[in-house]
Design a protein around this ligand. Structure first.
Ligand code: PLP
Length: 395
């Protein structure tokens, strides 16, 4: 009897004959995997046999991406999540419980600060917000209950550099762990685990994927940090789509080339901007004038990342004019790590929810522009940026 469409359509695909192995990884969007027997299912679910059962627990594309990033970072354990924030939330949930204390750097990304000052607190954790450039202040705020110190390798938007070995030392002395958000650096610029951090996270959304078409996060760490991670990831559903992981695996394949080019471009752009007498400030860790230049050289070597921040003395009005003047060549996009050069305006985007005096205390003014330098030719970037600044005027 001819089978009915009702029976043909739902059928799983038959394997194609032959054993050809593709060079490029296939996408495995299957939400579930077949098990040969109850024994095999039990062994897979218990993690005793390598493989996959249900995609929320893991799938090949996430495993491949997590491993590649782990290799770049020298991480013993790693996982991929649906966004950078999901990776941070997973770190928070896996390391903290009610009654614990966490120290969060005052210059963390706004959502990260909310995670540790609102969400963690809702779960019974206490949080101290401390300037992580002041290692003595971090040490002074550590208590017997402190389990975690959270900092960013390069802070937003002033691009201050965290002294990772010193922060790890003060955390470890009191039995706490150091978690580093490395999203502004990427593993090509900094490998925090090698400098003493216990956990590191990346917003893969940024330069690791680098093509503005994926939201993903990555969390890596030492084995001893990992006992609760896999279980929590599945229970809270911090899932990463196979399609996104597959795209990001393409992105990470060229990370070293893009990051090197963008870093070199950023240094040149920072030097050119520093040569202008009509800007109030230029910040880039690769500049000798940067407060943390010596530390950046020690921790990063020859690449300092692709973000440059500069300030127009004319405040918000001057920033508005520059954004309009640059629109055709340097889009206003409040993210970073894209292929092309983009700009952002911290006052109206990343730091908009801060009270004006809190922004001022961090040194953030209306005339501040954060540039994410891309991989175009540096001549083109300098021409476009210089032309837009000249056309807009800085006062
Ligand atoms: C430093 C930093 N950490 C974490 C995040 C969150 O990453 P995602 O947007 O992938 O959730 C961002 C996003 O802008 C960020 O800038």
């Amino acid at each position: 009897m001819t089978p009915k469409p009702d029976d043909i359509c739902p059928r799983p695909d038959r394997p194609v004959d032959g054993v050809s192995r593709p060079l490029a990884s296939p996408i495995c969007p299957s939400s579930v995997y077949r098990c040969e027997s109850p024994e095999e299912a039990a062994a897979l679910l218990a993690g005793a046999t390598p493989g996959f059962v249900y995609s929320r627990d893991g799938h090949p594309n996430a495993a491949q991406l997590a491993d590649r990033c782990a290799e770049l970072h020298g991480a013993e354990r790693a996982t991929v999540t649906g966004s950078g924030m999901a990776a941070l939330a997973l770190a928070m949930l896996s390391q903290l419980q009610s009654g614990d204390h966490v120290i969060a750097s005052s210059s963390l990304y706004g959502r990260s600060l909310r995670l540790f000052t609102l969400e963690a607190v809702r779960l019974g954790v206490t949080t101290s917000v401390v300037d992580s450039c002041d290692v003595a202040a971090v040490a002074a705020n550590i208590t017997d209950e402190t389990r975690l110190v959270v900092v960013e390798t390069i802070s937003n938007p002033l691009l201050r550099v965290a002294d990772i070995p010193a922060l790890a030392e003060v955390a470890h002395r009191r039995g706490a762990r150091l978690l580093v958000d490395n999203s502004f650096a990427s593993p090509t610029v900094c490998r925090p685990l090698e400098l003493g951090a216990d956990l590191v996270m990346e917003s893969i959304t940024k330069i690791i994927n680098g093509h503005s078409d994926v939201m993903l996060g990555w969390l890596g760490g030492r084995s001893e940090t990992w006992s609760r991670v896999a279980d929590l990831q599945s229970t809270w559903g911090f899932f990463a789509s196979p399609w996104d992981c597959w795209l990001a695996s393409r992105g990470i394949s060229t990370l070293h080339l893009r990051a090197e080019r963008a870093s070199a471009n950023a240094l040149r752009v920072a030097e050119v901007l520093s040569g202008r007498s009509d800007l109030a400030a230029v910040s880039y860790p690769g500049l000798r004038s940067h407060l943390d230049h010596a530390l950046a050289q020690r921790q990063f070597g020859s690449q300092f990342g692709n973000v440059v921040t500069f300030t127009l003395p004319g405040g918000t009005e001057a920033a508005r004019r520059l954004i309009a003047a640059a629109a055709e060549t340097i889009p206003f996009c409040p993210s970073l790590g894209e292929l092309c050069t983009t700009l952002s305006h911290p006052e109206s985007t990343s730091h908009r929810t801060l009270a004006a005096d809190a922004r001022a205390a961090q040194g953030i003014t209306g005339g501040m522009i954060r540039l994410s330098v891309g991989i175009e030719s540096v001549e083109e970037i300098v021409k476009n940026l210089g032309g837009a600044i000249d056309a807009a005027g800085t006062r």
